[in-house]
Design a protein around this ligand. Structure first.
Ligand code: ADE
Ligand code: ZN
Length: 336
């Protein structure tokens, strides 16, 4: 196991499923709340952390949206993003495709420009000072109406150079992908890439629909595709990557035990599965901790780890030549 831990630590990797609001560590939350004169519902980091026990996605979301309320200024979004980038650097993340939820901020009166400018400024510094490349994904909240999501996308048009894709997150059950057909058609018109959370709690049918109706380029989570053999074949045929989040799945009770986690099965079936941290401040670990936990629980081989890391680049939205460079770098590290 020691050798595999070293391998995980030393391999450069991409992170493809990460909500920046989900990296809001309680310590930073208290610091920013203080400077914004906001009183949190809990009076210590420990008592806040004690609430991080969830029976399902919705219980998590209720707490996650409370945390988000603390973010008010462009500097707050910068600090949040910068803290993640530093943490990612420690895990040897060299490329990240992060999501943020614009509506979690505009819905409470924060101007659209505030979050996107703060995040984008930190991402630029991440490239210049830490050597981490990044793309930004605007994730729309599926518990809101399609009309509201379209209005947010229209607001984002003025910032088109700052993001490359749209996503769909928040409460999955009861909000199937077809609710957002027009939204995704508009994203296509704007030349954006498209991802969506599908098959985290929702059935395989939601994944079919996200692929066929929304035309997604990558699947966030996708765990429940394994319930449908035809769907697995279809995902492979289309070459779609799954951004899998093991510790998130454990914390949100998508799996009861990491020993039952489907990622090894996905790999063995030839699916392009990747490892990601989703909302690491809430789920107990950044990307390397996710790698280590599944390597231990599923007894992954060194080859499995290397495959997962390579998948993170082949599943990224980086141009082909940069993907190849990263793959060559991995081969080089593995050979020595
Ligand atoms: N928003 C933040 N994390 C999420 C997740 N895992 N699923 C759906 N929406 C989210
Ligand atoms: Zn997610």
């Amino acid at each position: 196991m020691q050798n595999k831990i070293e391998l995980i630590n030393k391999l450069p990797k991409a992170e493809l499923h990460l909500h920046i609001e989900g990296t809001f560590e309680p310590e930073l939350m208290f610091e920013i709340a203080k400077r914004n004169n906001i009183k949190l519902a809990h009076d210590s980091v420990e008592s806040l952390k004690a609430t991080y026990e969830f029976d399902n996605l919705q219980e998590f979301l209720d707490i996650y949206y409370q945390g988000v309320n603390v973010l008010q200024t462009e500097q707050d979004f910068y600090d949040l993003t910068w803290a993640y980038l530093q943490r990612a650097k420690a895990d040897n993340v060299v490329h990240t495709e992060i999501m943020y939820d614009p509506q979690s901020h505009t819905e409470r009166g924060i101007d659209f420009s505030i979050a996107i400018n703060g995040i984008a400024r930190a991402l630029k510094d991440g490239k210049d000072q830490l050597g981490i490349s990044s793309y930004l994904i605007l994730s729309l909240l599926r518990h809101l109406s399609e009309q509201e999501c379209i209005a947010t996308l229209e607001q984002a048009v003025d910032y088109r150079d700052k993001f490359i894709a749209i996503g769909l997150d928040s409460s999955e059950l009861g909000h199937p992908p077809e609710k957002f057909t027009k939204l995704y058609a508009r994203a296509t018109e704007l030349g954006l890439l498209k991802v969506a959370h599908a098959g985290e709690e929702g059935p395989a049918e939601y994944i079919w629909c996200a692929i066929d109706v929304l035309g997604i380029d990558r699947i966030d989570h996708g765990n429940r595709c394994l319930e449908d053999d035809k769907l697995v074949e279809y995902i492979k045929e289309k070459g779609l990557t799954l951004t899998v989040c093991p510790l998130s799945n454990l914390k949100l009770q998508v799996v009861k035990d990491l020993c039952d986690h489907p990622i090894k099965k996905m790999l063995d079936m030839g699916l392009n599965a990747t490892v990601n941290s989703d909302d690491p401040a809430y789920f107990g670990g950044y990307v390397n901790e996710n790698f280590k936990a599944i390597t231990q629980s599923l007894n992954l081989s060194a080859e499995d780890v290397i495959q997962l890391v390579k998948n993170s680049f082949t599943g990224s939205f980086l141009p082909e030549d940069q993907v190849l460079e990263h793959l060559q770098e991995i081969d080089h590290i593995v050979e020595v």
